[in-house]
Design a protein around this ligand. Sequence first.
Ligand SMILES: C[S@+](CC[C@H](N)C(=O)[O-])C[C@H]1O[C@@H](n2cnc3c(N)ncnc32)[C@H](O)[C@@H]1O
Length: 351
Amino acid sequence: MAETEMISNSENNEQFFEGVEKLIEIWFTPAKNADLRKITRQQWESVLKIVRCEIISFTQSEQVDAYVLSESSMFVSRRRWILKTCGTTTPLRCVRAVLSLARDVAGHARVHNVFYSRREFARPAAQLQPHDNFDSEVKLLDSFFGDGRAYIMGPEKDCWYLYTLLPLAGTVDALEKEQRDAGSGCGASEPDQTIEILMSDLDPAVMDIFTRAYSADAAQATKESGIDKIIPGMVIDDFLFDPCGYSMNGVAKDGCYMTIHITPERSCSYVSFESNVPVSSYDEVIARVLEAFRPAKFVLTVFATPDSPAAETPRQLKKFSSLGAYEQKDAQYCQFSGYELHYALYAKFPS
Ligand SMILES: C[S@+](CC[C@H](N)C(=O)[O-])C[C@H]1O[C@@H](n2cnc3c(N)ncnc32)[C@H](O)[C@@H]1O
């Protein structure tokens, strides 16, 4: 298994695990016969060695290959690659190898868009280069993609970092990019949306479900926690770690995915939820996620393109100063040339 850094907490004999993930998503410009799924499992295994993690399970739909990893997940479709890894993994170190495989094996020579994001780590000093600070991550990303933009949202300790290639709407850069994409004659844009809920300080009674002492297997943990009801109709590939920890990928017939990762240790409990399911309102999904995990605090991000069914959600969410039992502590709204983004930090109202 991966070289995961576990640090002992002498007070309760629990180990520290950095649940916070680094998330990179690369979209390639459509090209005839190009498909990232031409990259073989063996080639992905060598890529993931650079990241310091391994494949532990696999499932697929017609549109997407979904891998559960020793540290989170990877999704591969025709022109989109998503890698989400936690602990002390080093996902940005593999980008060069992925770009080479995309060009030489999959036939994808042009990058259309890139998103790299993460929450602030619980222990930033334990991370390996370039992940020990955002400036180094941005420097490395710029060395691959040239014209990136970096954003830091929210208060220092709970901030959320984003790097993307998208120029701001209305700027000369944006117009030039739109013209380049239109000129490629292959419809580089398509409706897209992503919701992420990054939760910390979770209800210990819920976290117990994701231990071997409580659940006999992953299927039991999935059912008992209500994960199977969050977005019904997904084929679920779940994994329960020993002695604790849980990861799952869900894929739907229409190509949508969801992914949940759980670090249940009390001193560092953390859960992430992500999906690209296209709905006109995320209210129900958010409510089900919060009901299932009961975090004390969470970061919510929603990206949507103007042609997505979820196009209104970044603006809708902007209006809420509270969400059920949660008070909005901070919120930011951004408009890129192809996406709208809502970021918000919520904490439970004091009881
Ligand atoms: C891979 S999972 C999910 C991490 C995820 N990013 C999250 O949202 O918390 C991490 C959990 O599994 C546990 N675990 C047990 N064995 C592990 C292993 N060999 N590699 C990684 N995590 C392991 C960790 O202690 C932690 O509770």
